[in-house]
Write a protein that binds this ligand. Structure first.
Ligand SMILES: [Zn+2]
Length: 214
């Protein structure tokens, strides 16, 4: 057996989509939940499409797709005319936002962890770059003492000067990745009800200070 949930601006919608969300069709989508816990989404040829958010906070258009109860779904194009919700709400429209905040907390924790990791790598890279020149001097001396071959002073200077640059290039992807991570933060740190930016305090506390959802 399975249950079917209609979402849209129609009076038959299980979720109360406000009338001013004109980007949402009357019968926008259907979500089917089977007894064994499988969730499936079906766009009902909506005018402005159905979108699902990925791990990076980017929305992608979907037509017919297996989903999970924690997927974030947007009806219509980005902006005030659309309607966004976590899939599980179709089963519990009147529920508090406790579950959504719990998921958000996990997401933000992972986000902070990844940012901290990148920041650490960038800091370490800075130190390695700073000592790279010294390392080259050491290596030249070592080669000299082992093989008896003296490295030409000009070559040595070039190596010393280039070492930090080479190290920098090896790690050059990190600042870019950190920037992308910080951009992701702004896409996921949103209230699960009003979808406006939310503070870390609000996430921790489990309540949106704008719309009071909790
Ligand atoms: Zn809110």
């Amino acid at each position: 057996m399975e249950n079917e949930y209609l979402v849209g601006r129609s009076i038959h919608s299980v979720l109360p989509v406000p009338a001013d969300r004109v980007g949402v069709s009357g019968e926008h989508l259907k979500i089917r939940v089977s007894d064994d816990g499988r969730w499936h989404l079906e766009d009902l040829n909506s005018a402005n499409g159905t979108y699902i958010r990925d791990d990076n906070g980017e929305f992608h258009r979907v037509y017919s797709k297996d989903i999970t109860e924690n997927d974030i779904i947007r009806l219509g194009n980005k902006g005030a005319n659309s309607y966004t919700f976590m899939a599980r709400r179709v089963k519990a429209p009147e529920d508090t936002y406790y579950h959504e905040f719990k998921q958000l907390k996990k997401l933000v924790a992972r986000q902070k962890e990844e940012e901290a990791e990148k920041e650490k790598r960038i800091e370490i890279n800075g130190w390695i770059s700073r000592v790279a020149g010294l390392a080259v001097i050491g290596i030249c001396a070592l080669i000299g003492s082992i093989s008896g071959v003296d490295i030409d002073p000009n070559t040595r200077y070039i190596l010393i000067a280039c070492a930090p640059v080479v190290v920098g290039l090896l790690f050059s992807g990190d600042p870019k990745k950190l920037k992308a991570l910080r951009q992701r933060r702004s896409k996921i740190m949103l209230c699960p009800k009003c979808w406006k930016p939310i503070s870390e305090y609000d996430v921790e506390y489990g309540q949106c200070s704008r719309c009071k959802a909790k």
